[in-house]
Write a protein that binds this ligand. Structure first.
Ligand code: AMP
Ligand code: MG
Length: 392
């Protein structure tokens, strides 16, 4: 499968799920997915709200010289009567006096004691936001399936919600595999490697809205891997790292098959991450992610993240690829879509490929803040050409 086909396959197989809910305080709901529709409790704005400091007037009276008949500031209402050729001094955020239909900016008037000269004409509706223009009472302002960020939090506060219903976070089992792998807290023998994948995956899972559960390292034996998969299937999503290449001891696929797995794909034309397994056992989805650290990280971002977002109830699984200008000539061997460590400039306009030793090179990944996406059907790019970029 090509990269695009595999991505489509994932989105096709995993529709957004409406699972169990729980109610949590809004300020603890950051990153969670809303499980209820939120309606406006009243019109927004709740009154004709001045957008400027200046003078509330009747548009029909200007241009002209008007009499200042009072003042209204934010948090107050004007109780007097708006008369012909009258102006009420008004502050940003204050309610328009009844009868007024425009606000003249303070910068545009010439004030002499209780009179203001307004040189230009105004149309009805200028410089204030009409009552209900942002949303009407009862209108849905936030839909279930939306992830809660700072703007959503503001809406929840706006309508007076202190607690909110969210979907339960999917539990994600992380199963590292490999005879050579030891825990991060251990001192490895010269031929052993510390388990970094379980930790990086754990961070990626959290960021995508899941609750990670790191299982003990499975060894490259049928029995050990079988036992881990069995435990892992108790979670909502199973992520295995390693053991999916063509090596003699790569037995993850065989074990999954013996659990009755349906495989949606077992190889994707990408690098890093070509041997990549995605499937389901019963209702449970799983990924066999290739073990090289960059492969594990990249394939999670490209595919597993979308599955997790869908399982969290999230309506849209976003993966925006930006475009930036290359700082130097770049070429690769066509056939695979490559995701290579790169440094995006501060303003996002240019991108610089970072030299690396291949998908086992973890230190180079921290020097990168993005991955450059080299299309499978193109061989070379010149300095200044646009290329796609995936943010880290
Ligand atoms: P594999 O996909 O099992 O063939 O592993 C590919 C490479 O990734 C090997 O060099 C492994 O040592 C390395 N690797 C596998 N699992 C992990 C892990 N959990 N943490 C760090 N490196 C790993
Ligand atoms: Mg291995």
């Amino acid at each position: 499968m090509t990269f695009d086909e595999a991505r489509q396959c994932v989105l096709h197989e995993v529709p957004p799920k409406r699972g169990d809910c729980e109610t949590v305080p809004v300020l603890s709901a950051t990153g969670r997915v809303l499980a209820e529709d939120i309606a406006a409790d009243r019109d927004y704005p709740p009154f004709h709200r001045s957008a400027r400091d200046g003078f509330a007037v009747r548009a029909a009276d200007v241009p002209g010289e008007l009499q200042v008949i009072g003042e209204v500031r934010a948090g107050q209402i004007f109780t007097g009567q708006m008369s012909a050729n009258g102006a009420v001094e008004i502050m940003t955020g204050a309610p328009l006096p009844p009868g007024a239909d425009a606000v003249v900016m303070v910068e545009h008037v010439d004030r002499r004691e209780n009179r203001v000269a307004i040189p230009r004409s105004y149309t009805s509706g200028e410089n204030f936001t009409p009552k209900g223009a942002e949303s009407k009472q009862g209108e849905i302002v936030l839909h279930a399936g939306h992830r809660i960020g700072f703007t959503e939090t503001a809406v929840l506060a706006m309508v007076g919600r202190e607690r909110v219903q969210v979907f339960r976070q999917p539990r994600v089992a992380i199963v590292p595999t490999g005879d050579e792998i030891v825990e991060a807290g251990e001192t490895p023998l010269p031929h052993q490697i510390r388990n970094s994948n379980a930790w990086s995956l754990s961070v990626q899972v959290r960021r995508a809205g899941g609750a990670p559960e790191i299982l003990p390292i499975a060894r490259d034996s049928y029995e050990s891997t079988f036992a881990s998969v069995k435990t892992g299937l108790e979670s909502d999503l199973l992520l295995l790292s390693g053991g999916v290449s063509a090596g003699k001891y790569d037995i993850v696929e065989q074990v999954l098959a013996d659990f009755g797995a349906r495989f949606f794909f077992t190889r994707v034309l990408i690098q890093p991450g070509q041997p990549l397994v995605f499937g389901a056992i019963g209702e449970k989805f799983f990924f066999g992610l290739p073990g090289n650290p960059a492969s594990t990280m990249v394939t999670f971002e490209l595919f597993a993240r979308a599955v997790l977002e869908r399982l969290s109830g999230c309506e849209d699984a976003m993966m925006p690829l930006l475009r930036a200008r290359l700082t130097r000539d770049f070429r690769h061997k066509p056939g695979l879509t490559r995701f290579l460590p790169a440094r995006l400039s501060e303003d996002g306009s240019t991108v610089e490929p970072i030299g690396w030793q291949g998908s086992g090179d973890i230190p180079s990944l921290v020097r990168a803040n993005a991955f450059l996406v080299a299309d499978a059907d193109r061989e070379s790019w010149s300095e200044g050409d646009d290329i796609r970029v995936l943010l880290k």
